[in-house]
Write a protein that binds this ligand. Structure first.
Ligand code: ADP
Ligand code: MG
Length: 775
């Protein structure tokens, strides 16, 4: 070991010398200069000093001050210089895989090295790391998974957690786990880095750990809210600036605007014409959720962009959108525009978590002179990616947020209003290099109603996956462990999660992980979808199940444009003659795949009212899920277990039932309509999105469904009809071996619905089942 250490040390010294040589070159000098000019550099000694004296240190500073790229390097360099270099082993976590990859690449470039020498990264399914690697960027999820097999992070000398202000559920969980580990590993150092907000919270969580504030340089940013933007177009407001006055003012000013007929006026007219201001009139959170400003925003964004390009000083523009779908539709719209689509004048780029790394690099490049850079981004550009030459920011005020509907016990990812802190961050992006301008596409009064901070994810998502992780890490009782978190979730939410995990067979009666539960912890998706994949592999029908699971992970790929509702429904109906939305998707995807191979994917989607983006997303998710299954040895490399013989629809239906249980409703036929009931809600209705909402008769006694939504009554979305035997055999996890419990529960179920013909069927099946289990 001593010899190995010595050899490694010699190599790292050699690397150190090479790096010094590179730094002397002109390219290296330039890079070094720009690094030295970053605000973090001034605090270098203070930071290193604090880390050597304290086990936990918190560093907070403005986005772009150099935390992510510089601080890990400070630690690395000081370790190399202190002769401990050969043994230092630094892990830095990032909440997103794209930042783990891009930051490690950036640092390697700054050091004049290739990725995989001193610096590497490790994200799910991918990683670059060599023998000499001392600093590795992980996604939080990957570090959590490492803890499964390496509880005390053996050999790791420093853990740096970046972007902790985001308060994702994984980050909060990791913080709690690390806090437990620290006393057992006195030499381990923990560095927490955050944008400038509530650093004190983290400090007090770690017993008053020191906080180092990095002073930032920011330039003033001129701020416009919606009312100011509209005013600047010659659009007069009434005195008290009330929002519902926009509607009225719009009507009375319409004639005046019409007269001007300028380009601006017609753009605004178009924008306003499609907005419904009545929903603006209340400032409550409720009305904010109702506001559907998308097409309004698109026109307005186009107008503002055009105005900046034609009349304002040079400088890049950053547009904050909610997600990839919005970004790509807006991009299409802008590309068709005479000014904004002109490549000799505008460099139009996108920035979101699923972009390729070649695309990423473009964002940082300076455009040719006379060309204006426009970046359409998600909230990833808020704190984790810093683009330098920006002067203008357009903020739509929303971000996709994972939330938890306790009623459904299902998570959803919906655009919702950002917090005041986020709005401030977005605004700040405009003032990094010179005075800038920020356009908020919402009125000041809506901004005033924003929450100060966003609620941490642990308080607003279902805890099923988290509870599974706690179990798999052997961290004791879930509620006991979670009471030690930075902010503890509601006990009821924990109980809900445990109850659910028991029902689906991931935990046994004593809350111990079952074999199935063990697999579910290794699958990075909701437990119900993980269950489908596991059973899909066992029953050799993985191919259709991959499509179902991928389809349920994204938004509905079947489009229903309001004006063509009937045509769209008819298009979906051609795939769904057998009472299942899930099987309809399997067929639609198959059809698309065939068309896509002939390069006719778009036409196929257009004709059949499918979203081409969703189809592509399904395609790539399927590949991703397949490799996860390979990683955990559920399928082998050659995929011999993959779709070999059984793609029987009945089997697929049964697997869907296995995953969606306990979301079951009974079907009874009335004269002309269906009567549907669930055990918890009684009478329920079908949401218009499911094919089963449009049939008079369903030749099956049960429906399993994806989720329910409570509006006035309870509506079920995405359903598949299943038979008695499917529900009986697949309705509860049989892997738990709890046959008695299974039967008892079913009995209760059937009694509740009291359908005599079903009870009779059940008797026969029960006998069959008893025999089956005895044999
Ligand atoms: P922080 O983590 O404090 O927000 P960073 O360390 O990410 O700041 O960034 C520091 C500086 O390095 C930024 O001003 C940015 O311009 C620059 N930078 C970061 N990543 C890249 C990159 N991939 N290409 C070019 N410049 C970059
Ligand atoms: Mg950063």
């Amino acid at each position: 070991k001593a010899a190995l250490d010595k050899a490694l040390w010699r190599r790292s010294m050699q690397l150190h010398r090479e790096q010094q040589a590179w730094q002397k070159s002109s390219e290296g000098q330039k890079m070094l200069e720009s690094r030295r000019s970053l605000p973090t550099n001034k605090e270098k000694d203070a930071i290193l000093n604090a880390i050597s004296k304290n086990q936990v240190v918190i560093i907070s500073g403005e986005t772009g001050c150099g935390k992510t790229t510089q601080i890990p390097q400070f630690i690395l360099e000081s370790e190399v210089n202190s002769l401990r270099g050969a043994t230092c082993n630094i892990i830095c976590t990032q909440p997103r895989r794209i930042s783990a990859m891009s930051v490690s690449e950036r640092i390697a470039t700054e050091r004049g090295e290739k990725l995989g020498e001193t610096v590497g990264y490790k994200v799910r399914l991918e990683g670059i790391k060599g023998k000499k690697t001392r600093l590795v960027f992980y996604t939080t999820g990957v570090l959590l998974r490492r803890l499964l097999v390496d509880r005390n992070l053996k050999g790791v000398t420093h853990v740096i957690m970046d972007e902790i202000h985001e308060r994702g559920i994984d980050e909060d969980f990791l913080l709690t786990v690390l806090k437990e580990i620290l006393p057992h590993r006195p030499e381990l150092r923990l560095v927490l880095m955050s944008a400038t907000l509530n650093a004190e919270l983290f400090s007090s969580y770690f017993g008053g750990a020191p906080v180092i504030q990095i002073p930032g340089v920011t330039h003033p940013v001129r701020t416009y809210f919606l009312e100011n933007i509209l005013e600047s177009t010659g659009y007069k407001l009434t005195e008290d600036n009330q929002i519902d006055d926009y509607g009225k003012a719009w009507k009375s000013n319409k004639q005046a605007l019409n007269k001007r007929k300028s380009k601006i006026a017609s753009a605004v007219e178009e924008a306003l014409g499609s907005a419904d201001f009545s929903e603006y009139s209340q400032q409550t959170q409720d009305s904010m959720v109702c506001w559907k400003p998308d097409c309004f925003n698109f026109n307005l964004i186009e107008y503002i962009l055009c105005n900046i390009c034609e009349n304002e000083k040079p400088g890049g523009i950053l547009v904050f959108m909610t997600g990839w779908d919005d970004i790509s539709s807006l991009k299409e719209k802008l590309q068709a525009h005479s000014v904004l689509g002109d490549e000799s004048r505008v460099l139009l780029l996108t920035c979101h978590s699923s972009m390729a790394s070649s695309e990423q690099r473009l964002i940082f490049e300076k455009p040719d002179s006379g060309v204006r850079k426009i970046v359409l981004a998600t909230n990833i550009a808020e704190t984790s990616i810093t683009i330098d030459d920006l002067v203008f920011v357009i903020d739509c005020g929303k971000a996709k947020e994972a939330s938890y509907d306790a009623l459904n016990n299902t998570p959803c990812l919906l655009p919702s209003w950002i917090s005041k802190v986020s709005a401030k961050q977005r605004r700040g992006r405009a003032g990094r290099v010179q005075p800038g301008e920020c356009y908020h596409l919402y009125p000041k009064c809506v901004y005033d109603a924003f929450a100060e901070y966003q609620l941490p994810q642990i308080l607003r998502t279902p805890l099923q996956s988290l509870c599974l992780q706690i179990k798999s890490l052997n961290l004791g009782s879930t509620s006991g462990f979670l009471s030690k978190a930075l902010q503890s979730p509601d006990l009821r939410a924990v109980q809900n999660a445990i109850e659910y995990l028991k029902i689906i067979g991931a935990l046994d009666e004593n809350e111990n992980l079952t074999a199935l539960g063990g697999y579910l912890t290794m699958l990075p998706m909701e437990p119900k979808l993980g269950k489908m994949l596991v059973m899909g592999t066992l029953l050799n029908c993985l191919d259709p199940i991959l499509t179902v699971v991928a389809g349920l992970s994204i938004r509905d790929p079947f489009l229903t444009p309001l004006e063509k509702k009937e045509l769209a429904e008819a298009a979906k109906a051609q795939y769904s003659h057998d009472f299942s939305d899930h099987l309809a998707l399997v067929r639609a995807y198959k059809g698309w795949k065939v068309a896509e191979q002939k390069r006719k994917g778009y036409e196929y989607c257009w004709k059949n009212f499918l979203s081409a983006q969703s189809m592509k997303a399904i395609d790539s998710l399927r590949r991703e899920f397949k490799s996860v299954l390979r990683d955990i040895h559920l399928v082998d490399n050659k995929m011999t277990n993959y779709n070999t013989y059984s793609c029987d629809d009945h089997v697929v239906r049964a697997v869907i039932c296995y995953g969606l249980y306990p979301n079951v409703c009974s079907i009874a036929h009335k004269e002309t309509s269906l009567s549907l009931k669930t055990m918890e809600d009684g009478e329920v209705s079908l949401h218009s999105n499911t094919v089963n909402a449009r049939v008079a008769k369903i030749p099956y006694p049960w429906l399993v469904f994806n989720e329910k939504i409570k509006v006035n009554s309870v509506y079920l979305r995405d359903s598949t009809a299943v038979s008695d035997s499917m529900l009986l055999l697949f309705g509860r996890s049989i892997s738990s071996g709890d046959v008695d419990g299974h039967l008892k529960m079913l009995e209760g179920y059937l009694e509740f619905f009291m359908a005599p013909e079903v009870a009779l069927m059940y008797q026969t099946l029960k006998q069959e089942l008893d025999e089956l289990f005895q044999s």
